[in-house]
Design a protein around this ligand. Sequence first.
Ligand code: ADE
Length: 410
Amino acid sequence: MDCKIRDASLSAQGKLNVDWAEKRMPVLSVVAEEFSGTKPFSGLRIGACLHVTKETAVLMRALKAGGAQLWLCGSNPLSTQDDVAAELVSEGVGVFAWRGQSAEEYAWCIGKVLDAKPDIVLDDGADLTVEAHARGLKPLGGTEETTTGVLRLAALEREGKLGFPLIAVNDAKTKMMFDNRYGTGQSTIEGIIRATSVLLAGKKFVVAGYGWCGKGAAMRAKGLGASVVVTEVDPVKALEAAMDGFEVMRMDDAAKTGDVFVTVTGDRDVIVGRHFEAMKDGAILANSGHFDVEVDVKGLKALAKSVRRVRPCVDEYEMMDGRRLCLLGEGRLVNLACAEGHPSEVMQMSFANQALCAEFIAKARGRLPARLSKVPEEIDARVAALALRAMGRQIDALTPEQEAYLKSWA
Ligand code: ADE
């Protein structure tokens, strides 16, 4: 099988890690079990651009159980777990991914996945889908995992350029409310702690952006005793942050007092030159948004006298006046560059949505419109029910009288 990875001999550790994740992803195991009976992807090729993690490997196993032939590239140059990539190759997946790729290598890997002419594309950030459009490919459909990717696809649709059906997995309730909040919340803090080993208690922790991801990061930083500041551009979200008990201010003001900064806005130029100039000696900078555009790394380099790597994942920029600013994971997704991404327990819900939406596309066999659609309600509800069952939690059901009451104007 055609593939390019770092080191095939890492597969034994990769298998241990993938098995470790699989045990914690019972929702996906239910889906895989079902797929192994129904074979919804029999004869179909699936091309995926996802962070190559132990959790993604469990998704690959589920799709393979459903009869798919699989190709996979990473959705970030720094997020691939090389041992997992090796294990996936030994399980028959055509992987083109390794940690520490250049921009050219990253693009080459996307091209290799598309060379396989996938019938279904699974994407995280829309790089694969956008390139599929550039090549004029017309798969049966595709899915998109993340907020930034959904925004890019919505822009394509607005310009009338969407060439095939796409499903916004990110926007499913069982994805966004859990993966974006609890997943990003925990894994962002974990990335910062693994990289720096600093104590968060008593620190001023600045979160830029109060969407689901920002909410998660703020909530978990508070839980560790940090004093949390939120910066926002949306007045409703800013108000929500204030009423959740966080300090709200402009980045221009936060820059002067913050000890740790995390960007989770999805937009560019959130922390730029004038902010670097105002920051305290020792300030730590991290990004947890999809692309490395939120902290202006080029601008930081231009202002610095020197840069040195002081620990894995930590670059120390010495400014002209002697202050030192620490950038984590080169300004790329701190949770994946400096840790292992979201925990398996939350990824099982995101990836059950991915798997069931891929099945939905396969079953429709080309009858879906070339639009950006929501995850079908039944899939969202099913994922929630399976996750609750896996957690051993039971819930009440409405009586017929209660249902009638809710439907009645009287
Ligand atoms: N995105 C965030 N965390 C992830 C993980 N563990 N696996 C795949 N994609 C992710």
